[in-house]
Design a protein around this ligand. Structure first.
Ligand SMILES: Cc1cc2nc3c(=O)[nH]c(=O)nc-3n(C[C@H](O)[C@H](O)[C@H](O)COP(=O)(O)O)c2cc1C
Length: 409
């Protein structure tokens, strides 16, 4: 037995989140794995697969744990990668229900992460699926996207006000309703990492001249309109959002501090909470990571301390919480306020029993293999093999484009 497991600490005290009570404060954070299957009628593969069913059931094994699903398209228009699940048809909703039921059978809980790619989408995939390529402003995230867009003859276009309205009232709304039909405990808007909602927040991706751009208030308006509308569709206690104030990836960068923009948004969400519309949780990505890559602690930029000063509800923080294992001082410090959950993604890929290991014996943690994150088929997914890992190969592979699969069942 190694020293300092988290057993007996606040991490293993129950906590109410939304309408459910978790047995512990360790959360599986969203982790895209490209294992959706092809339905009979479609061009793309967006049907939650039985591989996924097994994957989530394994990670639900410690009763009372909260899992957040991989990012999931709210509609066909939201897409732009192959092999990502959606929750917009009856068939997809039913396939998700099987997964939700399996997680509930283990007495754990599950939140759906709702995705709209926007300008980060692959225009070739959108073209193939007959969709538009849209963003708050027609600003490509990088030259590669611009090139692919020209090749696909599908230019990036600025969303019209009518399109924004439809996106909120139809795309996200139908997905939220479907998530409730499937029995999800929560619906988490993916507002991080340069995808559509996040691109509204940043000046370098939002140069709109209407009510959705031009000022801090206007740049926050899309997310607030979306949340206000969804609160009329599902209970606020079932709604959540993920934000990444410090992420500078996928074309997002900050010329000034992100704190004023994000504080305003959080303050608005706190005001709604004070009026009886409190979200289940707000998830934030820690600056210890940039996307899926660990940041050197010496060069790390910023801190999420401001988040918990403004937002008084439940916060879920994630990003390299193993850096000080096995002492886990950071986890103990962050949960001390009694309203913070700590999220893991990479170590959950290689440790389906992560919660047990953190509780009892962190020395048994198996290092993840980056090259297996997005591998098609089952190897390294439900049959994780901890062999064959080396840092150099990992880095090289990460720099290469992700390989995508056809159907994975
Ligand atoms: C393979 C992989 C896929 C990911 N997919 C998503 C995703 O779908 N949505 C999301 O918000 N974050 C995604 N992330 C980011 C994680 O949720 C998390 O913020 C990040 O990995 C840092 O946490 P960690 O250090 O515990 O891995 C992904 C990370 C990995 C490694």
């Amino acid at each position: 037995m190694s020293e300092s497991p988290l057993k007996g600490t606040l991490v293993f005290e129950p906590i109410k989140v939304g309408d459910v009570t978790l047995s512990n404060r360790i959360v599986y954070c969203p982790t895209t794995r490209f294992r959706a299957a092809k339905s009979s009628q479609e061009v793309g593969a967006h049907l939650p697969s039985d591989l996924m069913l097994e994957y989530y059931s394994q990670r639900a094994q410690y009763p009372g744990t909260l899992l957040v699903t991989e990012a999931t398209y709210v509609s066909r228009a939201a897409g732009g990668y192959d092999d990502v699940p959606a929750i917009s048809t009856e068939e997809e909703t039913k396939a998700w229900k099987k997964i939700v039921d399996a997680v509930h059978a283990k007495k754990s809980f599950i939140s759906l992460q709702a995705w709209f790619l926007g300008r980060v989408a692959d225009p070739r995939v959108l073209k193939k699926e007959g969709q538009k390529y849209v963003a708050p402003s027609a600003i490509y995230p990088d030259s590669k996207s611009e090139h692919l867009s020209a090749k696909a003859e599908l230019p990036l276009t600025e969303l019209t006000l009518e399109e924004i309205d439809r996106l909120i009232k139809v795309d996200y709304t139908e997905a939220a309703k479907n998530a409730m039909k499937a029995g999800f405990d929560m619906f988490e808007i993916h507002g991080a990492h340069g995808y559509l909602p996040d691109t509204f927040l940043h000046e370098n991706s939002n140069q709109r001249k209407d009510k959705y751009g031009g000022s801090i208030e206007n740049r926050a308006r899309f997310i607030l309109d979306l949340i206000d509308h969804l609160c009329t569709v599902i209970p606020p206690s079932k709604l959540a959002i993920r934000l990444s104030p410090w992420a500078e990836i996928q074309g997002i960068y900050e010329e000034t501090s992100p704190i004023p923009q994000f504080s305003y948004l959080l303050d608005q969400l706190q005001k709604r909470a004070n009026d009886g519309k409190e979200l289940a949780y707000i998830s934030v990505v820690e600056p210890r990571v940039q996307g899926v890559v660990t940041v050197d602690l010496d060069t790390m930029k910023g801190s999420n301390q401001f988040v918990e000063e403004v937002w008084k509800g439940i916060t879920l923080r994630a990003g390299n919480y193993t850096y000080d294992a096995p002492e886990f001082k950071q986890i103990k410090q962050d949960v001390a306020n009694g309203r913070t959950l700590v999220g893991f993604s990479r170590f959950f890929t290689s440790n389906p029993d992560l919660v047990y290991k953190l509780k009892n014996d962190p020395s048994k943690l198996v290092k993840y293999q980056r090259k297996l994150f997005y591998q098609p088929y089952n190897w390294g997914y439900n049959t994780f093999d901890g062999k064959d890992y080396d840092e150099e190969t990992e880095k090289k592979r990460y720099a290469r484009p992700i390989q995508r699969s056809e159907a994975n069942l």
